[in-house]
Design a binder for this molecule. Structure first.
Ligand code: ADP
Length: 151
């Protein structure tokens, strides 16, 4: 009984962890960046998703591995093609706030079939305008789970 209770308590603790305490650095490119350079960046930073920002530094798009693979098919010139053409754009981006829980982040990723969420702060009085604070990925969730279970 005690062991069961302890596992339940730990699982509960895991689910209530805040995004702010587990978020990773976002890897960001300007939305005018060429697809070729974005692919290089993806390898250099060893991430699965890049975030594109506009000239004001606001979140403009999400670029995943599949977006880059799709753009690479065919005979397009990847040095000329900007990521803004192939990325998933605002307002179609699912985001999460730093005060939300890892449970909410996990649900959003599973429900929407995506690997990561940008952690954002809304720019006051500007609808759908966000500053990037970090990223939450499926790896983040797995790491948080391990950390809590090992404690
Ligand atoms: P992969 O392409 O490696 O499978 P994802 O599953 O995360 O990576 O991406 C699948 C699609 O969803 C891509 O087109 C990507 O641009 C888009 N996507 C990824 N993250 C988000 C997000 N947070 N909000 C909206 N769309 C996203």
């Amino acid at each position: 009984f005690n062991e069961n209770y302890e596992v339940k308590r730990q699982a509960e603790k895991f689910l209530h962890q805040k995004v702010i305490d587990y978020k990773a650095h976002p890897i960001v490119v300007e939305k005018s960046t060429a697809v070729y350079d974005a692919i290089v960046q993806l390898f250099l930073e060893d991430v699965g998703t890049l975030y594109a920002v506009d000239s004001r530094g606001h979140l403009a798009g999400v670029i995943s591995r599949k977006d880059l693979l799709r753009a690479s098919l065919g005979n397009k010139n990847l040095h000329e093609l900007p990521v803004s053409v192939i990325m998933t754009r605002m307002p179609n981006i699912f985001t999460i706030r730093p005060d939300e829980t890892l449970l909410e982040a996990a649900k959003k990723m599973i429900d929407n079939h995506i690997d990561s969420l940008p952690v954002v702060k809304e720019v006051e009085e500007e609808k759908n305008t966000y500053l990037l604070l970090g990223r939450i990925t499926k790896t983040t969730i797995t790491r948080a789970y391990l950390e809590i279970m090992e404690r």
